[in-house]
Design a protein around this ligand. Sequence first.
Ligand code: S3P
Length: 430
Amino acid sequence: MTETRRLDPPQGRFAATVGLPGDKSLSHRALIFSAMAEGQSRISGLGTGADIVSSAKVLGGLGVEFAVDGDAVTVTSGGVTDWTEPAGPLDCGNSGTTMRLMTGALAAQPFAVTLVGDESLSKRPMRRLAAPLGALGAELETTPDGTAPVTMRPVSGLRGATAVLDTGSAQLRSAFELAAIQATGASAISSPPGYRDHTERWLETVGLGERRDDTFVIHPGSVPSASYDLPGDASSAAFLWAAAAISPGSEVTTPNITLNAGRIGFLEVLDRMGAEVDASVDRAILGDPVGTVRVRGNSLRGVAISGALAVASLDELPLLAVVASFADGLTSVRDAAELRAKESDRIASTCDMVRRLGGGAEAADDGFEIVGLGWLDGGVVESCGDHRIAMAAGVAATGARGAVTIDGADAAAVSWPDFYETLEAVWSSR
Ligand code: S3P
């Protein structure tokens, strides 16, 4: 069942301080690292979205145990070499991160494991994992179209290898790295920049990796059990930053947020557009910076985004299309062809969303152009089953002239089940 939700634009300025649910990228990694470690790990601040439940269920299917302990989760595992053969295919739901990172974590197992996903995940490209993992000696099988179901074939060991990727994909890099720590010799990986380097920072902190210029070297070894205190999600916070950015005089403050450079490209974009942006680092989790962000709305101008900045703001580009509609002048996004391989074809779904709301959008092979008129009318948007399209449309209601109705609004639950309630609470805060 899909839900339709109507959002009526708020009246007046708002000022809110908001705590965000746990970071999705870090939550997947904390679960997988804990499951690969021997012993007991503890994770507080775990994300609340359906994608995180998918990772936990997949790991549970391999014999890893989870117990809720107050507001933390305790993970008990005999280590990756103690994982047990699952009774059947493991379901990754809508979560590309679960499926891709798990191919790496599973790459050295002596039994076969098949990973399946929902309709959207079953259309996303998985064959791109075969070459880097194959170089290590892993065997990955996809459908003839290169999609899920993905089967990791049994192997008797992995060897060190070098991978050179042509996209700055954190998921691909992480899959390779999680396999490479299980190999017999050192490995190395390089790719274009802009990717979120959470996995690299965590491996570096526990002595399983090191940076050498543009290459990351992975040393074989065991992930230690640990205690993770996860920060709030920058990619979720981005929706509230955007709501403030398009509302002159309004502001949103988000404490305890992931500030990894590969996650906050969108803040740089908002700054270039003319929003007032402050970010300060307070602490680190396994070498990954965490801090407070405040965004205050202003009149905005169009920008041109490409290269590493497009990679570092990739998940926020549908949201940028909304912000750009409220700016003055043209915004162009290039070098973002990866958008076509996300939960929907985000070049098509983003342009469709903007047009349905009365804005101007033109798709390109590797991005899009938005004509910033300074307003959106409102209208009826189709989420295309994509959480980030649903939530970007919700943000559009912040400044639209009329109501925004989202068909398939429940898609937001993949990363942020309480999104609409939080957005409306922000609108009414003073
Ligand atoms: C993610 C990496 C990104 C991002 C995704 C989460 C991760 O994908 O779009 O939402 O946690 O590693 P890429 O593989 O394109 O970097």
